[in-house]
Design a protein around this ligand. Structure first.
Ligand SMILES: [Zn+2]
Length: 549
């Protein structure tokens, strides 16, 4: 993070304004633990660490109701895509909140008032891109299939419903030949038109022919400017290489529109059919701009408007590298009204018991199911997830390991909390200053945490390891002064990872508000009776196994 972090007990001279806008999820299903333990938890920890430092942070999210896979899945289930997307959006919010990941604004883009505003944003972005002169109209022969469309006789549905594209389309990649589908090749990163892909196949029927469409693309040249913006955002090498591979294997352009009826329309008299914003470029960027509009409601301008001083932070898993680094960044460079991100943090995938999360195979833990798991302390789960963060390589959530970690940490915490209560109760009438003897190592641990956030990437594994060291410091406590210092220091150090425990400790230390680096030595009288316990029922491996549907 290109912002200063204060030392323990110090106040920032000049707080920064920070907007964190992680990539959205496709509302074709709920959020699973792989999503949550990836960009969302990482950004939540970052947001809390920046708030603890004294910066003004706002975190925002809106999910994609229009991506083609929403329509694909809704149709397969005989559901209305809009209602289906809203239902999933609510489950996603519930799943994130189950791990205390919440947002300053999280609009439901299925709500008519929000949707009207979204259309305005899309129109403004389309206008800005048109004025930028990099929008290209491309005629394409898109495959059409014979799949039945609800409410229409065979062959009579609107052409937008009969195009076999997105989640319905399978092919071989025109660049590398690997089995592929939709618009991007997972094997080589190429971005292609279904019109040019060999062995086109329909996943819902048979391709019966091709029909002419005219779609918009964004000319990404000069690609040097794009690569320079990746360097400016300090994108880590493995992810920059994915984006470079896309440039090497594709024409220097990215799709801006697709034919469709379920989405935000892009108006252009040259179109032959209804075109909607493409989820992996224009629509993705429009989501962030919409969220900026909601932030502007609180006063001030939209932080995505050019010239705004806020630091814009994005985050996503590796599968959205090209959409973020070519789609969103390309759209930001191609016009002058809105600006791009200052930093985008990428992560690898998180696996479950050694294998990829898979909805179709049922190899999944839905985040909203975590609510009400017997014995689960979500603070400790957050700590475990940080300790396996997929930052240098894929991470692996191992249920047996998680349960063991949970019980070890819980027992240690409870012992520490009980010992603290006994020491403080002996001299409850005094309000000792925090002891500098414990303050010094606490200060070093905070410095280490800040180093984990200060580089090109985030290093939450090392960040979380400081909590082990902070817990160990508590073993040597014998005086109320030391106890006071440890409670405050641990609350500050733990607050980004374990927000509930940190808040409880802060209150027990006699302090109001949320844990702040600057308030480490603020005078207050501790309240030993308010010290929390961690002595509930155990979390078992069986309880975690039961989460798999
Ligand atoms: Zn390929």
């Amino acid at each position: 993070m290109p912002v200063p972090f204060p030392a323990l007990g110090e106040r920032l001279a000049k707080p920064a304004e920070i907007v964190i806008s992680p990539v959205n999820l496709t509302a074709n299903g709920p959020a699973h633990l792989g999503h949550v333990g990836g960009p969302f938890l990482r950004m939540d920890v970052l947001a809390r660490a920046c708030r603890r430092a004294g910066h003004r942070v706002r975190q925002v999210l809106s999910n994609d109701h229009f991506e083609n896979h929403v329509v694909v899945k809704a149709r397969a289930m005989g559901r209305d895509p809009a209602a289906f997307a809203r239902e999933n959006d609510r489950l996603i919010a519930k799943g994130l909140a189950a791990l205390d990941i919440t947002f300053d604004t999280f609009p439901d883009t299925g709500d008519p008032a929000v949707l009207a505003r979204f259309r305005d944003v899309a129109g403004a972005l389309a206008g800005a891109l048109d004025a930028g002169g990099k929008v290209v109209l491309r005629r394409e022969s898109l495959p059409v299939d014979d799949a039945p469309v609800a409410g229409f006789e065979a062959g009579t549905a609107p052409i937008e419903e009969r195009f076999c594209i997105g989640g319905w389309f399978a092919c071989n990649c025109p660049a590398c030949g690997a089995p592929s589908g939709s618009f991007f090749c997972e094997a080589c990163g190429a971005h292609y038109s279904p019109a040019e892909a060999p062995q086109p196949r329909s996943r819902r029927g048979n391709i019966t022919g091709f029909a002419e469409s005219a779609c918009l693309y964004l000319d990404l040249r000069p690609v040097k400017a794009l690569a320079q913006s990746w360097a400016r955002m300090r994108i880590e090498a493995p992810f920059r290489e994915v984006a470079q591979r896309f440039l090497d294997n594709s024409r220097p352009e990215i799709r801006l529109t697709v034919p469709g009826l379920h989405g935000l329309a892009w108006d252009d008299r040259r179109f032959r059919d209804s075109q909607i914003l493409f989820s992996y470029s224009s629509l993705l960027y429009a989501h962030h701009i919409l969220l900026g509009e909601f932030l502007a409601d609180e006063g001030g301008a939209n932080p995505f408007e050019a010239g705004h001083p806020a630091l814009l932070i994005g985050a996503t898993a590796i599968d959205n590298t090209v959409p973020m680094l070519a789609g969103v960044t390309g759209c930001a460079l191609a016009q002058t009204r809105y600006r791009g991100f200052d930093r985008i943090y990428f992560n690898h995938f998180l696996h479950l018991d050694g294998e990829k999360f898979s909805t179709s195979r049922g190899h999944v833990i839905w985040s909203h199911d975590l609510e009400g798991v017997p014995g689960l302390d979500t603070d400790i789960l957050r700590w475990y997830l940080c300790s396996i963060a997929p930052e240098d390589a894929a991470g692996n959530f191992v249920r047996a390991e998680c349960a063991a970690f949970h019980e070890r940490v819980r027992a240690t915490l409870d012992r520490r909390l009980q010992a603290l209560a006994a020491i403080l109760a002996a001299e409850a009438q005094t309000a000792p200053d925090p002891d500098p003897g414990i303050g010094a190592p606490m200060r070093d641990l905070l410095q280490t945490q800040h180093e984990c956030l200060g580089g090109d990437g985030l290093r939450l594994r090392r960040f979380a390891a400081t909590l082990d060291a902070a817990l160990a410091l508590g073993e040597a406590i014998t005086t109320p002064a030391q106890a006071q210092a440890w409670m405050r220091g641990f609350a500050i150090l733990a607050s980004p990872v374990m927000p509930r425990l940190a808040q409880e400790l802060w209150r027990a230390a006699g302090l109001d508000g949320a844990p702040q680096c600057a308030d480490f030595a603020r005078p207050a009288r501790p309240v030993p009776a308010a010290l929390p316990r961690r002595d509930g029922p155990p979390l078992t491996r069986a309880a975690l196994d039961a989460l798999t549907p």
